[in-house]
Design a protein around this ligand. Sequence first.
Ligand SMILES: CC(C)(COP(=O)(O)OP(=O)(O)OC[C@H]1O[C@@H](n2cnc3c(N)ncnc32)[C@H](O)[C@@H]1OP(=O)(O)O)[C@@H](O)C(=O)NCCC(=O)NCCS
Length: 183
Amino acid sequence: VEIRTERLVLRPIEVGDAAMVHEYRGDPSVVTYLTHPALDLDQTRERLTGAAASWSTAGRKRFNLTFAVVLGEIVIGDVHVWNTPEPFQPASADPAEVWVGYAFNPRFHGHGYATEAMRALVGWSLERGVERIYANFYAANTSSHALLKRLGFDDHQFYSAAQDESGKNLASCQMRYTSSHGL
Ligand SMILES: CC(C)(COP(=O)(O)OP(=O)(O)OC[C@H]1O[C@@H](n2cnc3c(N)ncnc32)[C@H](O)[C@@H]1OP(=O)(O)O)[C@@H](O)C(=O)NCCC(=O)NCCS
């Protein structure tokens, strides 16, 4: 599986990407609004081992797919689409509803790469029969909110800090993209 955009290639994430992924998933400023703490290199390898193994679900009704976002030779971020239950994020009964997540290396923020990668992932998902896409973000994560708005997601639901199940005790929002939007 490979998704090509103007500037980027999205391909299944591999354990060999750990050093480059650790650069951002190990960075406290990147994980502020993620549901995991800053990862050390071993924890990053563990995470990627699981993510790479989950590629066995590709082509199934229930899947859990993490792509490395590659610019030239560099993994600048990762994007994730799933409809299997994940920690902190239950899946829907309807497999045509999926969730997405993303994180990028701050060295590559501000160039539209996340928008380009996520737009491609949304398009790829719709071509495979996905009808609704959900994304959760913490209310204070304004760059994530801006990204989702650029992609055509609509505000859907608001959760107070007291309702937060991730342990961060922060208010969060859920946004929704429906296939009728068109890209
Ligand atoms: C969320 C996140 C991916 C957004 O990254 P980003 O760099 O702001 O998003 P994009 O790559 O789409 O870039 C958009 C910015 O690039 C600018 N840009 C430059 N060239 C561009 C181009 N060709 N196309 C689009 N935008 C471009 C835009 O104007 C925008 O700048 P602004 O933020 O000053 O308005 C990033 O902040 C991140 O990884 N955060 C940490 C992890 C995280 O919180 N993940 C989400 C959890 S819900």
